[in-house]
Write a protein that binds this ligand. Structure first.
Ligand code: MV4
Length: 452
């Protein structure tokens, strides 16, 4: 096992990794920008190295600086958290080349899944159901018309280099396809320096359901069930729950088997998430994330596993200590992402937290690096806390989340707590009857009606 791990991240996820390390008796090295001198992850780590000025590209995204920090502190492995360098294949290669261990999948798997066309072709070849569409990239407008005629309108044009919803265009009919192709490829070129696009049948009201997997370097892969992440705004998830209110145990088993069988074939190891759209009882692969995800705690709540601990164990070459039949799902869990934002406009609200009191009690977990007096710099993601609850039933979860939100005090800045409170009062949510389009409509109505 590693003796010392460098954590190449900040905020709540840096703390999350630190906690797992300390519980495993592993020493930690924090890296930080000058904006984070007073940050909790810096205070709690055994050692800390300042790697640059505030902007991410000059600090947390500076590959050479992060690797140098690992070398001078004699860290043996780097945990990238999520965001920043977590899905950067070049960084994973560099870590390896310096004789260090990247706590994540192989650079090859990161690379394949980072290219959305390759990812989809790979998924299809491995027997994972995909959205009907073009076989790979679509080269020009004429081909776009042909593909659209084959799969039928409406179609969605997506950027190969995209992901997270950037660079997508819908064409509802033949009159829109040429313009949509042009706009999508020029937007992709501008945003990613790569204008390549591909096409899919557009699904009108799917849910977003993702399967958590964990693999070791000995060919074992297990799935840890699904998370329903359909509540998103501008491709930012705000609330997640598991199990999905839309699935039954047989559906979970079936899709879980498909995913684990596929990933065993390519020797996938470490944590990963296979994302699907789910509509009319059918799953359609859209992307695979080759990192630990923000919403991993809800899976931990219902499986009793520590995903970061497992990531570290398998990265060190150990076998998973359990098999699929040992994985049991206990009750329900939900997560509210609390952002330092205006809950109506979602405008960032950086500043100083003047007063802070986190909720507690039975089956409540708060993953946050905040404290009274902590400063939220304007340079980074606005996620400041994840409020996670568990319950025997979905209704128990909703009641517990409401009472935990009611207890939470965060003074000095605006947060999205009022939005979560309003969402949890909606009948659609209580019934578990929402899709990926519900939240944007709700927020618009909530703001317009003045109740927000
Ligand atoms: C889609 C889709 C409808 N049809 N693909 C958005 C982000 C990227 N991961 C894939 N996305 C979508 N792909 C087809 N063929 C709708 C979306 C989508 C979406 C997906 C998941 C969660 C929220 C979303 C919000 C808008 C659009």
């Amino acid at each position: 096992m590693f003796e010392k791990i460098l954590i190449a991240n900040r905020g709540e996820i840096a703390l999350r990794v630190l906690r797992a390390c300390r519980e495993m008796g592993i020493k930690t090295v924090a890296v930080h920008s000058t904006a984070d001198n007073e940050a909790m992850h810096v205070r709690l780590a055994d050692e800390a190295v300042c790697i640059g000025p505030p902007p991410g590209r000059d600090s947390y995204l500076n590959k050479a600086a992060v690797i140098s920090a690992a070398m001078i502190t004699n860290a043996e492995a780097i945990h990238p958290g999520y965001g920043f360098l977590s899905e950067n294949a070049e960084f994973a290669d560099m870590v390896k080349d310096h004789g260090l261990t990247f706590i994540g999948p192989s650079p090859e798997h990161i690379r394949i899944m980072g290219d959305k066309v390759q990812a989809k072709l790979t998924a299809q070849k491995l027997g994972i159901p995909v959205v009907p569409g073009s076989d790979g990239a679509v080269k020009n407008e004429d081909d776009a018309v042909k593909v659209a005629e084959e799969i039928g309108y409406p179609v969605l044009i997506k950027a190969t280099a995209g992901g997270g919803g950037r660079g997508m265009k819908v064409a509802a009919s033949k009159s829109e396809i040429r313009e949509a192709f042009k706009v999508a490829s020029s937007e992709a070129e501008a945003a990613f320096g790569n204008g390549e696009v591909y096409m899919e049948k557009y699904l009108g009201q799917p849910r977003h359901i993702e399967i958590q997997v964990l693999g070791d370097q000995h060919g074992n892969v297990v799935h840890l069930g699904e998370r329903d992440c359909s509540l998103q705004r501008k491709h930012q998830k705000i609330f997640e729950e598991c199990p999905s209110p839309a699935l039954n145990p047989k559906q979970r088993d079936d899709i879980g088997k498909i995913v684990t069988t596929a990933l065993k074939k390519i020797g996938y190891h470490n944590a990963g998430t296979v994302e699907f759209l789910y509509e009319d009882g059918k799953f359609y692969f859209i992307e695979m994330n080759t990192r630990l995800q923000v919403e991993h705690p809800i899976t931990e709540m219902i499986t009793g596993l520590d995903l970061v601990r497992e990531q570290i164990r398998v990265a060190a070459g150990l076998e998973l200590g359990f098999s699929q039949k040992d994985v049991e799902f206990q009750g329900c869990a939900m997560e509210c992402r609390i952002n330092a934002e205006d809950p109506r406009t979602f405008a960032p609200s950086p500043g100083t937290i003047t007063g802070y009191h986190a909720p507690g009690g039975r089956r409540v977990r708060v993953d946050s690096a905040m404290y009274a007096g902590s400063k939220i710099p304007p340079y980074y993601d606005s996620l400041i806390s994840k409020l996670i609850v568990q319950g025997s039933t979905r209704n128990e979860c909703i009641m517990r989340m409401r009472r935990a939100l009611h207890e939470y005090v965060i003074d000095g800045i605006k947060t999205t707590i009022p939005l979560h409170q309003a969402v949890l009062d909606q009948q659609v949510i209580i019934d578990g009857n929402y899709d990926i389009r519900w939240l944007e409509r709700f927020v618009a109505d909530w703001v317009r009606s003045g109740s927000g």
